[in-house]
Design a protein around this ligand. Structure first.
Ligand SMILES: [Fe+2]
Length: 295
């Protein structure tokens, strides 16, 4: 486990190696087996539906399928991301996959542990959404994240980019798996920070993909690299802040006032990243909020 801090000693990134095994679990439920099975299933889906993916996009050349809640890009309201019938079936298989559910839950746990204030902010927003419309549900029942994306590769190599559509103060989670030598490729590169990291199979990283420019190095010939990410679309928080109405219904002054009331200014968003010395206190505050909230 490694933490990356900014100059205010706020945690801006968490690198989690392979999760610690619980030896009491049967071998088929241990992480290595989970990632082996996931790699086979993802590769099978990719091979079957390769013709349906647009593999050329601004991030790189590989197949990707996003699913979950979405707002923006022409959508006039918050809704489940619209998919073709084929991709809808693939997304449903992914969401019901026990192995992927465990990865999704693990990512959400890391978010709660190291970004407790951001976790609580999203959790509160998701509760408000569900109160407004019960159909607004997260893709995975054990994860707070509103959306997910499976990168089918087979070489998930990204050029330097920001994911501008993501909510910046909610760190996204990325877990890598497949069949590659992490000493020779798949390194995570943070161009503006001037650093890069080894990103081995089964490792998970959390960082703001909207706030930190990132990419990763290619892998060796014959290898395959997939990754699973969870994130929150920025439009979702806007939708909640504006009482589940589109921004065009309000004047600029009204939007600014609602942003302030919803604590969505940039200073308040930066404040969602805990200072490392306040982490225990922030975790305790979140536990207290969970205790206070109605079940
Ligand atoms: Fe990205």
């Amino acid at each position: 486990m490694h933490l990356v801090l900014n100059d205010e000693e706020r945690i801006i990134m968490v690198l989690v190696g392979n999760p610690t095994e619980d030896d009491r679990r049967p071998p088929e439920q241990q992480w290595q087996a989970i990632f082996q099975r996931l790699s086979k299933k993802v590769e099978a889906e990719r091979c079957e539906h390769v013709a349906t993916f647009d593999t050329r996009h601004r991030r790189g050349v590989y197949s990707v399928l996003s699913f979950g809640l979405s707002y923006g890009g022409g959508q006039v309201k918050l809704q489940a991301l619209r998919l073709s019938a084929t991709h809808h079936r693939v997304a449903e298989r992914l969401k019901s996959d026990k192995d992927l559910q465990r990865v999704a839950g693990f990512q959400s746990e890391i978010l709660a542990s190291y970004f407790p204030l951001a976790y609580q902010h999203l959790r509160t927003a998701m509760r408000k959404l569900q109160a407004h419309d019960p159909s607004f549900v997260a893709p995975f029942s054990h994860s707070v994240y509103a959306a997910g994306a499976m990168n089918f590769g087979p070489k998930t190599c990204c050029d330097a980019h920001f994911d501008m559509e993501n909510y910046p103060s909610l760190p996204c989670a990325i877990t890598a798996f497949g069949n590659f030598n992490p000493n020779k490729g798949s390194h995570l590169v943070l161009h503006d920070l001037g650093i890069y990291f080894r990103f081995p199979l089964g490792a998970t990283v959390l960082l703001s993909l909207a706030g930190i420019r990132h990419g990763n190095t290619t892998i060796q010939p014959g290898e395959k690299q997939y990754s699973f990410t969870q994130f929150c679309p920025g439009g979702l928080m806007r939708w909640v802040a504006y009482s589940c109405c589109p921004a065009k219904d309000f004047s600029i002054c009204q939007c600014a006032q609602m942003d302030a009331e919803a604590k969505e200014g940039w200073k308040q968003q930066l404040g969602q990243f805990s200072k490392v010395w306040d982490l225990d206190e922030d975790r305790a505050w979140v536990r207290e909020q969970e205790h206070l909230e109605p079940i």
